[in-house]
Design a protein around this ligand. Structure first.
Ligand code: SF4
Ligand code: SF4
Length: 141
């Protein structure tokens, strides 16, 4: 006879409050020029905006809670929630896994420090690449 014993630390949403419903993350093009970093500076000057950088891959995270997140941390439309919510796996979610990015940039000073460490100069440096915007960001088009 086989007896299924639940794992003691099986990942669950119990007690979380819906951390993954508090914001959304979108990929953005890799910034390359002074104009790109100026656009990123504009974005990160807004409250609730941060960038997640992994290698050359950049993402923007915007801290706006989903309108369907109830006060008790549950989804008000669970049975008809969007597919992206259905596909999100609790075992690999941000509550149960360490951050997957190399750098989290949540203010203009952190952005400048990242650029300085990456390029050895600030975007305002005359030597910094300044051949126009290269990022295809829908927000700007
Ligand atoms: S999937 Fe993870 S982050 Fe989302 S509610 Fe469940 S435990 Fe919280
Ligand atoms: S629809 Fe439901 S599961 Fe999806 S983000 Fe909103 S509250 Fe969370």
């Amino acid at each position: 006879m086989q007896i299924d014993i639940p794992l003691a630390h099986e990942p669950s949403c119990a007690g979380c409050g819906g951390l993954c419903c508090q914001s959304f993350v979108l990929p953005i093009d890799t910034p390359e020029t002074r104009q790109d970093f100026d656009a990123l500076r504009w974005l990160v000057l807004h409250r609730g905006v941060q960038f997640l950088v992994t290698g050359t891959a950049w993402e923007i995270e915007i801290a706006l809670p989903c309108s369907q997140l109830r006060a008790d941390g549950r989804c008000a439309i669970y049975g008809r929630r969007p597919q992206v919510c259905v596909d999100y796996e609790v075992a690999t979610c941000e509550r149960h896994q360490p951050p997957h990015y190399d750098a989290r940039i949540d203010n203009e000073h952190a952005l400048e420090a990242w650029v300085l460490s990456r390029y050895g100069m600030r975007p305002a440096d005359p030597r910094f690449p300044a051949h126009g915007p290269t990022m295809r960001v829908g927000l700007f088009d």
